[in-house]
Design a protein around this ligand. Structure first.
Ligand code: HEC
Length: 157
């Protein structure tokens, strides 16, 4: 309990200083991830490649792909799962979101305020202008990610 409170407090403090300070995985994102995502994406979860072999089976057990390290996590930002983190965590206001929040947005917090604050923090970490919902390849009306968009990605360790 204390650990969770401490993690929540660390995130709150982090949000307050986002503008002033560089956002890093180690200082800001890992604690947020530990408090909000570990239950379904932690050490018990399958590696992404295994997950893809049986998405429905794992999802039925509330297990998503494993993302409990920097290397694993950034695979859902840049490549190979380009934009997955953005599509799942978006609050529905981004271009190509169709006005609907991503299905992981709900896990960002227990209140609207907490979700908004945590989204702001993750957006700052991904990078100014890098919060794009495009995939590696074009899909429907959504164009493929561009080199210019990729260049804006920060994701500091
Ligand atoms: C209650 C369990 C649960 C929690 C908590 C949870 N997720 Fe998920 N997540 C899943 C499951 C199950 C899937 C796979 C099914 C699907 O695609 O919706 C998934 C899918 C994803 C995907 C898409 C992966 C892909 O292969 O494209 C991303 C990105 C993601 N989650 C990020 C997060 C983040 C970040 C958090 C914390 C803020 C989080 N999730 C919290 C269960 C959870």
């Amino acid at each position: 309990m204390f650990k969770q409170l401490a993690a929540a407090l660390a995130v709150l403090l982090a949000v307050g200083v986002v503008a002033a300070q560089e956002v890093t995985y180690r200082t800001h994102i890992a604690p947020l991830w530990q408090s909000r995502c570990v239950a379904c994406h932690g050490a018990l979860a399958p590696e992404r490649a295994d997950f893809l072999l049986d998405e429905k089976g794992y999802a039925a057990k509330s297990l998503g792909p494993r993302m409990d390290s920097y290397e694993r996590f950034i695979a859902f930002v840049a490549w190979p799962d380009t934009g997955a983190l953005m599509r799942r965590l978006d609050d529905g206001t981004s271009r190509h979101a169709g006005g609907k929040p991503g299905n992981m947005y709900v896990y960002l917090g227990t209140t609207d305020q907490e979700r908004a604050d945590n989204l702001k923090l993750i957006k700052a970490w991904v990078g100014d202008g890098a919060w794009n919902l495009n995939r590696w390849a074009k899909r429907g009306d959504v164009p493929m990610i561009s080199k210019e968009q990729l260049d804006m990605i920060q994701i500091r360790y």
